[in-house]
Ligand binder design. Sequence first.
Ligand code: SF4
Ligand code: SF4
Length: 340
Amino acid sequence: MTADVTARTVDFKAGERNVFFHLLTACNLSCQHCYINPPQHGTETLPTETVLKWLRLFARPKQESNLILLGGEPTLHPDLALIIRAAKSLRYAVTVDSNGYLFHDLLERVRPTELDFLSFSLDGPDAAVNDPIRGEGVFAVCTENIRKAVELGFRTSLIYTVSSKNIDHLHRMPALLADLGVRRFFIQVIGLRGKSASASDEGEQWQVDPGHWLEVVPEVAQQAARAGIHVTYPKVFLGPEESFACAGRVAENYFIFPNGRVYQCPLCEDYPIHCLCLEDDQLVKREGLYEDRFFALDIAEGCVMNKLLQPDTLEYHLDGRPKHRISCCMLKQEILPQNL
Ligand code: SF4
Ligand code: SF4
């Protein structure tokens, strides 16, 4: 049977809740495009007791929520295994996003059935592409640990952050993923946050122009699907007939940081405009001019925060109309694996 390799847009689903929980901001690596911003996100490693209290606040006993455990490097948290088990008992579907180093013997301390996905980040199909971005020796460690995880029976996924440094090597990823036995492939677009924002200020260009993105990414996504891999990539540009939706208005996404900030839009994370915060282990709504007040604005360019924070990504016709409308950064395209 030949499956459909056409990408479909994954609309925001009413009632779906995604909790992106940064347990700490410390990391053993210092990737060139790291989006972690300690002055904004804090430097502490959250005590386990606090993590468990905050997990209870966001859990829904009658319905599954998605939990993505992040850092920094989340496997540096000494109690990650305990946190995963506690989250499963609270009806979370749990993913751990790791840079591949898997500290504290995670593969020995958690069973494959206790974790929904173990996700690895890699930004190139070989060390020559990946390591200048993520660090010397990282490709070898990460791919070795992916192989170990797959052998042990963990469901694995891989995140590739597309930038001008690696977009022309993306086409070599499907073969690598098939060889490693990775089941899901998340292609991301570099954001103007953290270190990549300051590199752009200093004249180093990481962004990918729309034409280049559209020429490369959908084609590689189809190749990966044909290799039996489930692929997700951001929509980025809306077609003329497609409607715009802001996840901040229609979905439940929470981006939690160790200093208690809770954002609903990831584009806002470099600024103190979070509309929620955790105070005395309670979720508190902040009253004032914060991110949520912007979600309601309708503009011709699509995403309001993109226009405010990344205006250089927009192009206009001579009459002032935008050439592209930018989708919500959380709107995804998905292609199911061909062998399912
Ligand atoms: S692994 Fe992640 S948190 Fe660590 S430096 Fe790289 S991008 Fe930043
Ligand atoms: S990225 Fe844009 S559209 Fe999406 S939640 Fe943020 S402001 Fe809304």
